[in-house]
Design a protein around this ligand. Structure first.
Ligand SMILES: [Zn+2]
Length: 259
């Protein structure tokens, strides 16, 4: 690996950690309908607005020894772990694709689309894990990326299986119509189906981005994840919620890495 490629990979990994800190912020703010791009982050304990230096991923955590600079409240190491994982994910995604300075434009385009879709999947996972809900706004964002990928496939003259395309779009539209009609009724009965229907919509989005065969593979992989999660987290006498979208994100992130 030469110096230019090394710089490229370091830049990609650092952007990964920046996205990582953005994910945690987005997961907290999107369900509350708060602004995610303009308003500064603040400490959840003392509400002090964070300065530029506090916002540098990973390093700020290390320099502040895991404490808020203003109220000395401990920052959960979860944030650091998420940032590091996200940086590693970006790096592996680029590394597996063998990206370098001389890569073709289309390789860079598909890499960027993969990153943008991963953003949709990670935020969906976070919100599902915290609130057992799937956010409509994030789904709309994901659909836009899915459509952009289809456009890129056509532009770069890739082999598109039009049946897969048609199927994904039909499922997506079906789920969309269902959700719109659900919003209007909003009765107890329809609320029960809200989460499964939204899961279906998330799956159709994944189908749109990945195509039929990787999506099917992912579904098979999902089974041991669901069973494992159940075995690890089910406690006797407690009501159990299965964060399916969270587990789907883990599985399809792996698919994205090996694709
Ligand atoms: Zn604080």
């Amino acid at each position: 690996m030469n110096v230019i490629d090394l710089i490229i990979y370091i830049t990609i990994a650092i952007s990964g950690t920046v996205f990582g800190s953005f994910f945690t912020l987005a997961v907290h703010r999107i369900p509350k309908h708060q602004d995610i791009t303009h308003e500064r982050s603040y400490c959840p304990k003392c509400n002090h607005k964070l300065q530029f230096l506090d916002l540098i991923p990973v390093f700020s955590y290390i320099f502040l020894v895991g404490k808020c600079r203003y109220c000395k409240e401990k920052i959960r190491p979860r944030y650091l772990i998420l940032e590091l994982c996200s940086g590693l994910f970006f790096f592996l995604l680029a590394f597996h694709r063998g990206l370098n300075f001389f890569s073709r434009v289309e390789d860079w385009v598909f890499f960027c689309l993969a990153i943008l879709f991963a953003v949709c999947m990670f935020i969906t996972a976070g919100i599902d894990k915290e609130l057992h809900a799937i956010n409509d706004g994030v789904m709309v964002y994901g659909s836009v990326i899915g459509v952009l990928k289809l456009i890129a496939l056509v532009v770069f003259d890739k082999n598109i299986n039009y049946h897969v395309l048609a199927f994904s779009i039909i499922v997506a539209i079906w789920a969309l119509v269902k959700i719109i009609s659900l919003k209007k009724q909003n009765s107890e009965e329809t609320n029960k189906f809200k989460y499964p229907l939204k899961l279906l919509r998330y799956l159709s989005l994944i189908g749109l981005f990945f195509g039929a065969i990787p999506t099917a593979f992912g579904l098979v992989w999902l089974i041991p994840f669901v069973l494992g999660f159940y075995a690890l987290n089910k406690k006797v006498g407690e009501e159990f919620v299965m964060p399916v979208a969270f587990l789907m994100t883990i599985v399809y992130s792996l698919v994205l890495l090996i694709l």
